[in-house]
Design a protein around this ligand. Structure first.
Ligand code: GTP
Length: 402
């Protein structure tokens, strides 16, 4: 039987050294290699320097082992790798749709109910507990990133991405100029924060107008950023509306960039797709319906819509009938499902030929694998598909356990 992965896929042999991470250069851990290189002919000054570094290293290891100990007075590294949960910040002009997106995506508000949302007057935060905790915050339109009274350190230092919401149904030139100011401010002060633009409220517009506006906005922003010396700043643009799946797809792409596990998840999904001839595989966050990873094949909104609707169906059925009989007894979902001998899994055919069908497999309480199966992966090959998916299942659980 062809199997998906070799046994040591998650612990490859120590052959290849990881590529250097520029953010880690300031950590004292780089000293160990230096010390071995210098140890033969060191001057007293070098010795002193090395001893100090080794002491610092031991101290930081001790601190890492006991994160609640604050006894150490060692100066903290000024630049450290961003830790914590993925956090996105919504910004934009008045009535552009910031609260609506936040509430529809993260709080499951019905799009029609956003009509009654009140104006936001102070920074409002929300969080959603899933396999990681997603955090979001909305900056009220009257607070500009460059305003002196705006505590930008508190807002931006922990953010992973700033999403600028541009209302395409309104006059958008003012929005573009404010967006440029914010993008330049971020590029100069917080270069590690991703800048994303949602060209929002695209529902009800003709395709031609939508695409033309999209091109125009992108061109203007790119030109102005280049004129201001930030042409190399990468900005992503998405057409969104809360009345269809586009806002979820856009949020998926924004959130994915903030997940350190993304390359591992993508590699696993690519391997699964090529082995089992899967047309498209998505790893969904079951609660929010945003996908946290997909394979490398082209993404079509239609595939995403079908899979996302299927997640809804699964969640509803699960709430009625349940997939685990011992839920809530304090065990991890994976343990429970394995002990039960039942793994949440289902299939549905969605065209008349029966060749194309969707295969769903629950990874844990928060993650679901949803695959659009193509020709060549008929149900007759279920055993092979199931076998490979279970290996992927275990590998994914290990990725998140690390
Ligand atoms: N047609 C359409 N209307 C939308 C969309 N998203 C939001 N809206 C509407 O836009 C209006 C303003 O939405 P809000 O979410 O309150 O906008 P906001 O940016 O938070 O507004 P402030 O808090 O006042 O700055 C509401 O009536 C929403 O129903 C969309 O995708 N399409």
């Amino acid at each position: 039987m062809r199997t998906l992965f070799s046994e040591n896929i998650l612990s490859p042999s120590p052959a290849r050294a990881p590529p250097p991470n520029p953010f880690e250069l300031l950590f004292p851990s780089s000293v160990s290699t230096t010390s071995s290189a210098c140890s033969t002919q060191s001057s007293p000054r070098q010795n002193e320097w090395l001893t100090q570094h080794l002491q610092n290293q031991q101290r930081s290891e001790r601190d890492a082992a006991n994160p609640f100990s604050h006894a150490s007075n060692a100066p903290r590294a000024h630049y450290s790798r961003r830790k914590g949960n993925p956090k996105v910040l919504f910004m934009g002009l008045r009535r552009s749709g910031k609260s609506s997106i936040q509430k529809v995506v993260f709080q499951k508000l019905s799009p029609a109910d956003t009509l009654f949302l009140e104006s936001t007057t102070r920074i409002e935060t929300a969080s959603m507990q899933s396999f990681v905790t997603f955090e979001s915050a909305e900056v009220p339109s009257q607070l500009s990133a460059i305003a002196p009274d705006f505590d930008h350190r508190a807002a931006f230092s922990s953010a992973g991405a700033v999403i600028w919401i541009l209302d395409v149904q309104d006059e958008f030139l003012t929005s573009i100029s404010e967006m440029i100011q914010t993008a330049v401010f971020l590029a100069e002060n917080y270069p590690r924060v991703n800048f994303e633009v949602f060209i929002h409220k695209t529902d009800g517009l003709s395709d031609e107008y939508k695409n033309e506006t999209f091109r125009e906005v992108r061109q203007r922003v790119q030109d102005e950023l280049s004129d201001l010396g930030h042409g190399d700043r990468s900005v992503s643009y998405f057409q969104t509306s809360i009345f269809d799946h586009s806002v979820f797809e856009a949020m998926s792409k924004v959130v994915q960039k903030l997940l350190p596990q993304l390359p591992a998840m993508e590699a696993l999904l690519n391997k699964l797709c090529s082995t089992c001839r899967i047309q498209k595989a998505y790893l969904f966050d079951t609660v929010s319906k945003i996908y946290v990873a997909t394979d490398a094949s082209p993404t079509f909104l239609k595939d995403y819509e079908v899979c996302s609707d299927y997640v809804d169906v699964i969640v509803d059925i699960k709430q009625i009938y349940g997939w685990h009989s011992q839920e809530g007894d304090g065990k991890a979902a994976s343990e429970t499902s394995q002990e039960d001998g039942g793994i949440g899994e289902s299939m549905v055919t969605y065209d008349n030929s029966g060749d194309t069908y969707i295969y769903a497999r629950e990874i844990n309480d928060y993650l679901s694998l949803i695959c659009v199966m193509g020709k060549g992966s008929s149900t007759a090959k279920r055993v092979l598909i199931d076998y490979n998916v279970s290996i992927l299942h275990d590998a994914l659980l290990q990725v998140f356990r690390v």
